[in-house]
Design a binder for this molecule. Sequence first.
Ligand SMILES: Nc1nc2c(ncn2[C@@H]2O[C@H](COP(=O)(O)OP(=O)(O)OP(=O)(O)O)[C@@H](O)[C@H]2O)c(=O)[nH]1
Ligand SMILES: [Mg+2]
Length: 418
Amino acid sequence: MLSFESLVKRLWPSAAYSVPFLGLDFSGKTSLLYYIKFEADVITPIPSIGMNVESLPLRFAKGDISLTGYDISAGCGGPRFARQMARFYLPASAAVIWVVDSSDRKRLEESVEDFEYIMHFLQEFHLTQIPVILLAHKSDLPNTIPVDELRRMFWPHCKNHPFAIFPTTCRRPYKDSGVPVVLAWLYSQIQASELLGKHSEGQSSTKSEEQEVKEMTTYSGSTNKLARRLEDFLTRAESDSTPETFLQQFRELNLPAWDHYTHIRLAYVILTTYGRQKGKNMIFDGLQHYIANSKQATGRAFHFTMTYFWIQIVHFGIRSSVVTSSEAPSPHNDSSTTLTSVSDASTLVDTPGVVTASTPSTDDFFRFLLINPYVVDGNLWTDYYSKDVMMSPKAKEEMVLPDKKPLPSLLVRDTIRR
Ligand SMILES: Nc1nc2c(ncn2[C@@H]2O[C@H](COP(=O)(O)OP(=O)(O)OP(=O)(O)O)[C@@H](O)[C@H]2O)c(=O)[nH]1
Ligand SMILES: [Mg+2]
């Protein structure tokens, strides 16, 4: 069984303080994350799936601090997906940032309800020292909900957490956006908890591993199907063979299993090792060969659109897993680019003739799963395709576009990166 500490160490390998941006969909989490990173409103976000993870090196008069900011979106797994995933991510947080779209009164109750769930979770896990920051976001818009009203609604759920509420916006110059005040408060809280020895390391290590495991498995709110599947995937990833052995097994028609986990790992290992252009063809050809020649896949037929769909989803997830410390010019940090990720993004560029292969480690796949938990959902395609379209003879033979919504766009992801 996996402990929180091991999960988090693999997810955020550096020593940075991890800070999740949580809140309802459309509240502005992704916008804020990149606004902080670039000190400017430079991205056009699309509804996120999975997570966006960014290094945020911050500079203050009293010293520097490195945060790993990430937003967990509701994503493809349904509106409750993010909160069901909380148990995997929150225990090592240095703070929790809850984003409210203060211009949206209609969804206020829903936001309070989800916030209450997260607070309840923190209580249950005795994570009561974690500072909680509520952002009354989109403060540039007219008729926003007054900060005092938000305080009255949210604060009672905060119990003993250090709590603060700030209006913020990404639509004003950085210095007038409210964000610098938020970060200064966060910095002071982290400093204070360092002095008192209460940083996450101390918080989670005060419990025995046995106690953690028991709580993980018995917590009433966290028993949804996808969370259990993620746990199952992570457990399998713990004891996987090396990527080289795995590829060898694929070539020799001798994979350990023929199931969703194996297919996702296959796409991941091939795309990260060979890049998208070459990898995509290897997956198409390799799967057709496997299905035609292996008893393991007896009765299965190659499905072109389904295969393409998963290549796209896994490729998108690989892009999301790249954490950089300063890959774009940031006023926080002007040192040269350093990639600290599972795989250098350049391995994935479709540039003919250029193959900058790098075989991922087993840990990399583990981390990929944590950042992109939605890939565990074998029915994810139903978010994009109707059954009639996906199961049509045409879709089995050739690539058919989704009829419900467009596939996640790699171009948008790349725009964010620049
Ligand atoms: N007026 C205004 N709009 C904002 C602000 N911040 C974000 N938005 C817009 O709000 C919308 C939602 O922003 P996102 O950053 O995608 O929200 P999110 O919480 O990440 O949404 P999901 O990924 O779906 O969970 C986008 O249209 C943004 O441009 C802001 O400060 N002011
Ligand atoms: Mg988002």
